[in-house]
Design a binder for this molecule. Sequence first.
Ligand code: 3HC
Length: 317
Amino acid sequence: MSVAMMSEEQREAEFQRRIDSGEVIEPKDWMPERYRKQLIRMMSQHAHSEIVGMLPEGNWITRAPSLARKAILLAKVQDEAGHGLYIYSATETLGIDRAEMINQLHTGKAKYSSIFNYPTLSWADMGAIGWLVDGAAIVNQTALAKCSYGPYSRAMLRICKEENFHNKQGYQLLAYLMRGTKEQQEMAQDAMNRFWWPALMMFGPSDTNSPNSDELMRWKVKLYSNDHLRQRFIDRTVPQAEAIGLRIPDPDLKWNEQTRHYEFGKINWDEFYAVVAGNGPCNHERMSARRKADEEGRWVREAAREYARKKSMVTAA
Ligand code: 3HC
C-alpha cells in the first residue's frame, strides 16, 4: 500500500519498521513531523557549533609559533567552516533555509556546543582543542555516520576523515610541548586542566537528564547515549594522555579491571547548564563576533542574489 493511502498511524508504524530494519531515510521520504523537527534542531546546532568553533582557534592564527604550525591551524579552521556549510546544506534538505537557521543562532533560539565558550589562553590550547575537542567530536560523529538520516550520515563520513587530521595535529602539538622546556610542559598541562572537563560536557547531560535521547535513539538518529559516548571518549583518551606525560585533572579517575572502563569524578553540571544558558566565559564575545561577521557579509550575499537574479532574467529572455 502506498504511503498516501495509509492512515497517520500506519505511516508512523511503517516509518518505524523502516528505521528498525536499518533503512536510510532520504529527504523525499515520508517522515513524522517530530523526526524532521528533531533533526533540524540537532543538525543546525551541530552546524552552528562548527562555525562558532572557528573563533577560539582563529584567535591564534596570527600568533602561531612557526609557518608550518600557522598553515596547519589555517587548514583546520578552514575545514571547520566547510563542516558547518556541509551540515547547514544537509539541514536545508529538511525544509528550513539558511537565513532562518542563522537567525535562530543570533537570537539565541538555537544552541551551539558549550565547549566553544571557553577562552583560548595559550598556544597549547590549540593542541588541547585539536586532541580533546575534535577527539570528542570524532567519537560522537563516527556514531552519527551510521544514523538513519541519509544526508546527515553522509556528511559525517566526509567530516570524520578531516577530524582525524585535526585530532592528530593537536595531539602532536601537545606531545612536542611535553618534550620541551619546563615552561612548555606547564603550558600543555594548564591547557589540559582547562579543557578536560568541558570536553566531557560536549557529550551532553547525563542520560537521566537527556530529554531528547529516547526519541533520537528510537529513530536511530543517536545510536548511543550521551554517557556511553562520554565513557568511550574517556577510555580512548586517558592512555593517550599518559603516553605523553599529561596528567588528567581528576583525582577520582581510576581503571576498573572488572568493567574494563575508567571510573571518573563528578562533572560540574552547574557549570554545564550555566554555559548552555549563555553564561559561560565567552558566550557574549562569540555571539557578537558571529553577528558582526554576518553583518559584514551582508553585501556579499546581496551581490550574489542580484547576480543570480540578473542571470536568470538573461537566460529566461
Ligand atoms: N552544548 C550546548 N548544548 C548542549 C550540549 C552542549 N555540549 N549538550 C546538550 N546540549 C543541549 C541540547 O541541545 C538540548 O537542548 P535543546 O533541546 O534546546 O537543543 C539539551 O542540552 C538537552 O540535551 P540532550 O542530551 O537531550 O540533547 P541531544 O539528545 O540533542 O544530545 C548532543 C546533545 C550530544 C550534543 C547531540 O545533540 C549531538 O550529538 N549533536 C550532534 C553533534 C554536535 O552537535 N556536536 C557539537 C560539537 S561540534 C564539534 O566539536 C566540531 C569539531 O570539528 C570541533
